[in-house]
Design a protein around this ligand. Structure first.
Ligand code: SF4
Length: 262
């Protein structure tokens, strides 16, 4: 039998709400509730440009003008409520790409890109850890840098506490057994960067933690979990599904109203 696969997105979904994890990955009968998201289109459009910019095999996106042209050519519009909203987001995206290209040349001087959009997997025993890393570079000091782009601002915590960055470090370590690994989050919104190094002990501790989390995710009895109203529910595709659960609608009143039409 094929082993289950867990990824940073799956971990984040489960930690945010196990019921959402159930509807997203275990019991997919309500997938038709899932709507296209403009923030997803925005992030993918930006990532595609940066992938081309850092790909040494791709000579078509090397300057700010070429990067902006590539963004305009491949701009994804799904999830936006109107052409005007999509055009406004494209204008914002142009500024972000221009800002990124201008600072990347300086920040990354002497650094060599080794991989872009790299899919990696690691056998964890009875499950597989999987992840796609935006970029892996070798810096001029010889350290390996794992870079993750965020369309928004940097998270308030150091990347050392970011579950996705921990997973990426675990996934990339076997490729560079002799090298020190740094994880860096880059905000495309304002160019801010945050980096963290993990010792082998810290990485081992992180691995032990996600093994426990994975065991919880893979062994949970999902149908017995009651949905609990929380702020996240207001933007959740499954709100109308959870609203059919006894008491949910009444307890959700503090957060907002439930759309009609299940
Ligand atoms: S509506 Fe709320 S409780 Fe239901 S799946 Fe979404 S986040 Fe979870």
């Amino acid at each position: 039998m094929r082993k289950p696969t867990l990824s940073p997105t799956r971990f984040a979904t489960y930690l945010a709400c196990p019921v959402k994890y159930r509807w997203s990955y275990i019991d997919r009968r309500y997938q038709w509730f899932v709507k296209a998201k403009s923030y997803y289109s925005f992030g993918v459009s930006l990532h595609q440009v940066l992938e081309r910019f850092h790909d040494s095999q791709d000579l078509g996106v090397q300057t700010t003008g070429e990067a902006v042209a590539a963004l305009e050519e491949n701009w994804m519009t799904s999830g936006y409520s109107s052409p005007e909203e999509a055009a406004e987001a494209l204008a914002e995206g142009r500024v972000m790409v221009e800002g990124y290209v201008a600072t990347a040349v300086e920040e990354e001087e002497g650094s060599t890109t080794l991989f872009v959009e790299k899919d990696l997997q690691k056998d964890m025993g009875d499950w597989t850890l999987s992840g796609r890393i935006d970029r892996i570079s070798e810096r001029k000091d010889g350290k390996i840098e794992i870079v993750d782009y965020k369309s928004g601002s940097l998270p308030p915590e150091s990347p050392i506490y970011d579950i996705a960055m921990g997973c990426y470090a675990l996934l990339a370590t076997p490729l560079f057994p002799e090298k020190e690994i740094i994880t860096t989050i880059v905000s495309l919104r304002n160019g801010a960067r945050a980096s963290a190094e993990r010792s082998q002990d810290e990485l081992a501790e992180f691995e032990a933690d996600i093994r426990k989390l994975a065991s919880d995710i893979l062994n949970r009895d999902y149908p017995t979990i009651d949905p609990k109203p929380k702020p996240l529910c207001t933007h959740c595709d499954f709100l109308r599904v959870c609203a059919t659960h006894p008491d949910f609608a009444e307890n959700f009143a503090a957060y907002g109203s439930i759309p009609e039409g299940f």
